[in-house]
Design a protein around this ligand. Structure first.
Ligand SMILES: [Zn+2]
Length: 112
């Protein structure tokens, strides 16, 4: 292990050191390999850039879901069904799925 990294780890709180070791192992596919601090910083920058891309993609998906609501159970678009119900946690269910669920519930109750 890089001398500066070794020194850094020895001066960290045990929780921080554990987190950094986990990150190093993650970068190396499960092994605590010989890596320099510079290499780790570079990998960290690459990871940050990747997280930004993932975050932006998720943000676009959220905006799209808001502009074009769909049923989270059957994926049908709001414009293709009679009603679309939205929960407080932004989960949608269409009237088709509500009817389907209601019929299933009635059948289950008759069986028991
Ligand atoms: Zn549905």
């Amino acid at each position: 292990m890089d001398q500066r990294l070794k020194q850094l780890l020895s001066h960290m709180d045990s929780e921080d050191a554990r987190l950094l070791r986990t990150l190093i192992e993650g970068f190396n596919g499960g092994k605590t390999e010989e890596k320099s601090l510079a290499e780790l910083q570079e990998r960290l920058e690459q990871t940050r850039a990747r997280i930004k891309v993932i975050e932006e993609k998720a943000r676009r998906k959220m905006a799209d879901a808001k502009a074009n609501p769909f049923c989270h159970y059957c994926r049908v678009k709001a414009s293709d069904v009679e009603y679309m119900f939205q929960s407080d946690t932004n989960v949608n269910i269409c009237s088709n799925c509500v009817v389907h669920g209601y019929r299933q519930l009635r059948m289950l109750r008759r069986e028991s």
